[in-house]
Ligand binder design. Structure first.
Ligand code: BTN
Length: 318
């Protein structure tokens, strides 16, 4: 067994107990420096290992620690070599991913965090990201496409996430145009796609695909209670859910193109089609019936006066 696994196993078997660095070193026959390096690595992966004065270390009780090793193990063989960074806490995984993309990170580089202090969604709205409760993940994608096509990525990812959640929950998740995933009548997952393009050609240089999934949350703040839900109860771990999502999303190759089947499934899973929706135009609320979603991801709404409006961005309420 790799030293890291041995140290982890020792901590797990002495959950909530303090073990000195010397004792770990003696038990595993390694130097204290080697043990210290491994502890540092485990912390970077999100394991909450506390230093207790000069007495030693303690792994605090966590239900479901994120583990790089366990995620990689559950990935298809093609993705064993992906770059996957796990942090105990970040401001936003999308922000961290942008920094990595600017530094030249490759297509498929993943940033995952146990907690976000400034997790956000579309329109700069905060995304509730409490410690240990959800999956907060961003992928760097470098698809060869024009900005106008980037909506396909979001639509495809929404469909792929629904497939994974359906397998896990045996419920039928739905998509609220454009990119919110619902279980029943509450949001369980949000997707934030941010693209950076070449100013002159409009070609995408990179995209940051942020996924925020509520997993274990049993309680939400008052303002979210009526509109948010989580996957729990569930017999799996965040590591397995993360790997399942990555196994679906990583095949999105750099030569991405429009897929008719995805559009059909996106429409089948839509929870707005056929419903009366409200949206804001010129600062005034307008109502109409959502009739269709076109190949550009536009939502086609028939207004009460019979006219048709195609929405390309923004939000509708149902
Ligand atoms: C939305 O609800 O409009 C989208 C929410 C997206 C949240 C995810 S969590 C991981 C990544 N980091 C962020 O700050 N946002 C996305």
């Amino acid at each position: 067994m790799e030293l890291k696994q041995e140290v982890l196993a020792l901590f797990m078997n002495h959950h909530d107990e303090v073990i000195s660095g010397q004792e770990i070193a003696n038990r595993l026959s390694f130097s204290r420096t080697a043990i210290w390096k491994v502890i540092k690595q485990l912390r970077e992966e999100g394991y909450p290992i506390e230093s207790i004065g000069n007495k030693g270390y303690r792994l605090c009780q966590v239900r479901d620690p994120l583990s790089r090793d366990l995620i990689i193990k559950a990935l298809h063989s093609d993705y064993q070599k992906i770059q996957l960074e796990i942090y105990p806490q970040v401001d936003s995984t999308n922000t961290r991913a942008k920094v990595r993309a600017i530094e030249g990170a490759q297509h498929g580089h993943v940033i995952l965090a146990d907690e976000q202090t400034r997790g956000h969604g579309r329109f700069g709205r905060p995304f509730y990201s409490p410690k240990g409760e959800g999956l907060y993940m961003s992928l760097i994608l470098r698809p060869q496409m024009h900005l106008s096509q980037s909506v396909y990525v979001t639509m495809q990812v929404a469909v792929l996430i629904c497939r994974v959640l359906e397998r896990l929950t045996h419920q039928a998740p739905s998509i609220k145009w454009v990119n919110d995933i619902y279980l029943g009548d509450k949001k369980v997952c949000g997707i934030l796609t941010e693209a950076v393009t070449d100013f002159e050609t409009g070609q995408v240089q990179y995209m940051i695909l942020g996924i925020g999934l509520n997993v274990w949350n049993e309680e939400f703040p008052d303002e979210l209670k009526q509109i948010a839900t989580a996957l729990t109860p569930l017999k799996t771990t965040r590591n397995e859910i993360c790997a399942a999502l990555l196994n679906e999303v990583l095949p999105i190759s750099s030569s991405f193109s429009f897929d008719e089947e995805i559009l059909v499934e996106y429409k089948r899973r839509s929870n707005v089609l056929g419903k009366t929706v409200e949206f804001v135009k010129n600062r005034a609320p307008i109502e109409g019936v959502a009739e269709d979603i076109d190949e550009t991801g536009g939502l086609i709404v028939r207004l009460q006066n019979g006219e048709v409006e195609t929405l390309h961005s923004g939000e509708v309420s149902i």
